[in-house]
Design a protein around this ligand. Structure first.
Ligand SMILES: Nc1ncnc2c1ncn2[C@@H]1O[C@H](COP(=O)(O)OP(=O)(O)OP(=O)(O)O)[C@@H](O)[C@H]1O
Length: 716
């Protein structure tokens, strides 16, 4: 029987969360400061956190009346090769994305290296990236800093820690903390274990009302139907546990439609824009009126027509907002023509007044739209915006709940009477920076929550780490009776599914008929030769024997120091790589492609960023192939996946490979072919789970021992 946790005091919980969030933000800020303080602007650009040599092309009024700058490449510095067909220059490769919090400032001279973030902030203005195109980056400036719009010279933007998300979480936790007992709803009491969830009948298929459900999609499988009945019947909380490929989102769509039929008002959230848009796209064909909150620039184009911004502009009330917007745009444009500081100040004064007016009108318009909506969708922290202030929902549905911080989930949950959370706590939780920042020395696996490693102790204090998600905590609090698991998976060949199912999902997963025997050679849209690589779903290339040693980035640092170069902490931290193993990866990819498999149907994943970097040239040789970290590939799938485990050392150290949730993600991405490349001798020693995995592969996979001499050509 699962041990249950004691009830949690709401105020104490909130207080702990506030402290943990503060530490997390501090870690993020420290990481940013170190990076900015120790690299040149050009170096930061290479690291993907800055874009240099920009000029302000234009400025206009954006959502919320904010000033939006359009930053394009400075013609004086852009090379002719980067000029696009239209004659205007393209931006260089960069890592700035919509939604990033950035600083826009006059560009410091390349030589002035040592920089304090605080000083930079004094000189520039903070903002949110609202749009990224080939030609320009749009940044909506924080209020009261429109004077930066007078930036006439060369500017750069640099990514800062995202404190906006933290602010929303803080506000939410402060609300929880201040709540008196009388203010705590039954829902809140249940979520903190002070009440037990209201009982519901064991067998819901016998329930007179729920037995009669008219399914919008009658092809749902039994575990999906059961999960939906359960989520409809539960009074306070229901968890839908969706292992890889089991149709979690598919199930949520039907659940939303069923709830709508029952007249319920629903708020649907997920941790990322993409998770929310995924639901909007799949709900839209059902012609239900939906409202998507969030900045239009961050939404998928197909979702835009449901966005609040667009609806505001197209609705009747929106017309009044438009007038003020035009007036503001004209003012913005006139700033550049102002002859002196005094004239500019007058314009800023006018703009401030107009902005107030604009906001007032926009808010009224938004309130009306929101009040009329039966299904509202937003990211978790987006649910904390002014648009939903004082709005109540019958149900809050959270998708990918196991990938969100609990404090983030509470942003929408404060508006709820009941919650349905979908996720898989056996895949990776959200990334926590404060876990790793205390020491720069390698540690036991940072996320190990299981029985095997030194990190296992953490479970005892799990109620006080950010890493414990709401999903985990509720399961520990109330046990499995508050959850239903989806058990038919529609992704993997049966043989690929077997190990994760047996180890992590109580052997309950069943491969759907359509997928259980699919092989690469049967790919439907093109011809693939039948050979050893395309008829075998599970291949293990075992590099044991010591010929494939790992390398850590720290060794590079030492090399740099001895050659009198300034030692620098690698941009991949203490990451590991393995050259010889990379050569095996290349060899295997080549064989697959020679058999006819298209590169776009192949992905290479590895836990280590340094290994991703070594493998990067693969993308030039095989355009279309996907290459990335395991963590970044969560939620994705491919026909063929090659997993490079990297670790190979005499000590049997496996680092964060010891985290079974990470391995679970790695091994459950493929549909038809999984190739694992690694040193079984090293990996086996990492944990009981790893020992069992290696043994499973030895017994069940097509086992291959590589010939080192065959690699000379690939390592060259
Ligand atoms: N009842 C069903 N019958 C047939 N196919 C289904 C069924 N349920 C889901 N699928 C298919 O399974 C695939 C995965 O579904 P979906 O995208 O909803 O999964 P998910 O669980 O949200 O994904 P992930 O594993 O990435 O979390 C989709 O191609 C979907 O069409």
């Amino acid at each position: 029987m699962t041990p249950r946790l004691e009830p949690v005091d709401v105020a104490a919980f909130a207080q702990t969360q506030l402290a943990l969030l503060a530490a997390e933000l501090e870690a993020e800020i420290a990481e940013t400061s170190t990076l900015i303080g120790s690299h040149s602007p050009a170096g930061l650009q290479r690291a993907g956190v800055a874009v240099t040599n920009l000029v302000v092309n234009a400025q206009r009024t954006g959502f919320g009346g904010k000033t939006v700058l359009e930053l394009g490449p400075d013609a004086a510095t852009s090379t002719s090769t980067s000029a696009s067909a239209s004659g205007s220059a393209d931006l260089p490769e960069h890592g700035i994305r919509t939604g990033d919090i950035v600083l826009v400032a006059e560009q410091p001279a390349g030589s002035a290296k040592k920089r304090e973030v605080r000083e930079l902030e004094k000189k520039g203005a903070r903002g949110v990236v609202t749009r990224v195109t080939m030609a320009y980056i749009g940044v909506a400036l924080d209020e009261e800093r429109e004077d930066v719009a007078a930036l006439t010279g060369r500017v750069w933007i640099v990514k800062l820690a995202d404190d906006v998300t933290y602010r929303r979480m803080n506000i939410t936790m402060e609300k929880l903390q201040k709540m008196t007992e009388a203010q705590q709803s039954v829902f809140i009491r249940v979520l903190f274990g002070q009440s037990t969830p209201s009982p519901i009948p064991q067998d819901l298929s016998q329930d007179p009302e729920l037995a009669q459900i008219e399914w919008v999609d009658p092809t749902l499988n039994d575990s999906q139907k059961d999960a939906i009945r359960f989520a409809l019947a539960s009074k306070e909380i229901a968890l839908i546990h969706g292992p890889p490929g089991t149709g979690k989102t598919h199930t949520l769509i039907e659940l939303i439609l069923q709830m709508l039929k029952r007249g319920l008002r629903i708020l649907v959230c997920g941790p990322s824009n993409i998770s929310v848009d995924n639901i909007v796209e799949r709900l839209a064909p059902h012609k239900v009126p939906i409202l998507r909150l969030g900045h239009p620039a961050r939404l998928l184009p197909s979702v835009l027509s449901h966005s609040l911004d667009v609806l505001t502009q197209t609705s009747e009330a929106g017309a009044i907002v438009k007038d003020v917007r035009a007036e503001m745009d004209a003012k913005q444009a006139s700033i550049r023509k102002a002859r002196n500081g005094r004239e500019r100040r007058v314009i800023y004064g006018d703009l401030k007044e107009l902005r107030k007016e604009y906001r007032e009108r926009e808010r009224r318009c938004v309130r009306n739209l929101v009040a009329q909506s039966k299904v509202v969708l937003a990211t978790l922290h987006g649910a904390g915006g002014f648009q939903l202030r004082n709005e109540e929902f019958d149900v809050v549905i959270i998708d990918e709940a196991s990938q969100a911080l609990e404090a983030q989930c509470w942003v929408p949950l404060l508006a709820a009477k009941k919650a349905v959370c979908a996720g898989d706590h056996l895949q990776l939780p959200p990334t926590i920076k404060s876990l790793n920042s205390k020491s720069s020395k390698p540690k036991p696996p940072p996320r190990e929550g299981g029985e095997e490693e030194g990190g296992g102790k953490k479970a005892a204090t799990s109620s006080a780490t950010l890493e414990t998600t709401l999903f985990d905590r509720l399961l520990a609090l109330h046990g499995p009776s508050i959850k239903r698991m989806l058990t038919t998976q529609y992704r993997m060949h049966e043989k690929i599914m077997r190990f994760p199912s047996d180890e992590l999902y109580e052997s309950k997963l069943v491969a759907a008929e359509a997928v259980k025997a699919r092989l690469l050679k049967d790919l439907p849209n093109y011809e693939v030769e039948a050979n050893d690589d395309t008829t075998e779903p599970l291949v293990f290339i075992d590099t044991q024997g010591g010929d494939f040693p790992e390398k850590s980035e720290e060794e590079d640092t030492t090399a740099a120091a001895s050659s009198n170069k300034k030692p620098k902490r690698g941009l991949h931290g203490e990451s590991k790589s393995n050259e010889m193993e990379a050569a095996l990866v290349r060899q295997h990819v080549r064989k697959l492609v020679q058999s006819g498999v298209r590169p776009e149907d192949i992905a290479v994943v590895t836990p280590y960023n340094a290994q991703v970097a070594i493998l990067a040239p693969l993308k030039e040789t095989f355009p279309g192939i996907e290459l990335g970290s395991v963590d970044g590939f969560q939620g994705r799938e491919k026909e063929a996946v090659i997993v490079s485990l990297v670790r190979s050392n005499a000590e049997g150290e496996v680092g964060f490979l010891g985290e079974k949730r990470r391995l679970n993600v790695a091994m459950t991405r493929p549909k038809r072919s999984l190739t694992v490349i690694g040193d079984s001798e090293t990996v086996k020693r990492g944990s009981n789970f790893l020992t069992r995995w290696m043994e499973f592969l030895e017994d069940n996979a097509d086992l291959r021992y590589p010939d080192v001499s065959s690699l000379t050509q690939d390592t060259a």
